[in-house]
Design a protein. Sequence first.
Length: 382
Amino acid sequence: MPRTEARETISALAIPKSTLGVGIIGVSPVRGWAATAHIPALRALPNYEIRALSARSAESARAVRGAFGVSAVFVDHGELVTQPDIDVVAVTVKVPQHRELVSAALAAGKAVYCEWPLGRDLDDARAMAALAAKQRVHTVVGLQARQAPTIEFVQQLLRDGYVGEVLSTTMVGLSIPGDVVGQPNAYMLDKTNGANLLTVPVGHSLDILNYVLGEFAELSAVSEVRRPLITIEETGERIVKTAADQIAVIGTLRSGATASVHIREAVAGGTGFLWEINGTDGTLRITADAALPEIFPLTVAGAQGRNEPTELAVPAALTQKWPALTSLEGAPAYNVGRVYAAFAADIDNGTHTVPDFADAVRRHGVIAAIERSAASGERVKA
């Protein structure tokens, strides 16, 4: 993979000089995150080229080839990861398969972009991060809400002292709003599969909280299954749900700030997503339609003193940081594209601005602490 030496002075807007060949594992011709986010994002960026895809069967491969116009389509992921013109392997399959596929790509010496959650649990994540470190390859984990312009703006406001000293933060959010799920997401009802309320909506939401305000020192958590029977939309079948539909966390950040989080699903209505940051001099309020800040556009309002919060416009310098992505603004592919753009710049410049597997391990560690606390009823170190 072409790289340049790190420069003494690096512009955040440096234009990557490499053309990176990408192979995507887990592409469906009709649905899925690869088609919704990765492919549109990559096609918008001039320094990437999609050179190979993999599908589940020969029939699916033929359909994928026709749908996306990529001639190299494999059924065996082992063939894809060993292609010499592939620099980056994107893993977009269901979570239980992540470790096997990521490990194969890392063993082949490829950079890897793996969707979040990185693994089914902390042990999975640690194993993949250790292999990536051993292979000395670049990695990305799909915690793309960090790259949202609004999150960069919030960081800027906090650095500028908009709220003064951060005293506390509160986050409340809603994921699936009812007791019906589509068949493709039925696997998320089983806690052991590693993709559920705790790892996905809570994981993404906690990641921006910790990314912006710092990690937890200690926390207490409650985890409950309040609606254990869920209907499969296509068949009407009722499935027993073992993954929690209520997660509440209260804790202390390393800064000393108090943090509370309550993410829930299968309720009738309610606030989609609200995150307040309260300080000695003011408040910031970040909102979205659901507790999936990596997908849904975020807005920010602010107030200083006792004034009512009013919406604050995100500076154009942030929204237009990667001009090639302007047409994707508001779409699920937008933040994914911003990650890919920043990743290419990181590779060229020797910087580290995107969340990698080490960051994923930290987030999996917080999730493991939440599980320990909820199981024991005790406050735990995070």
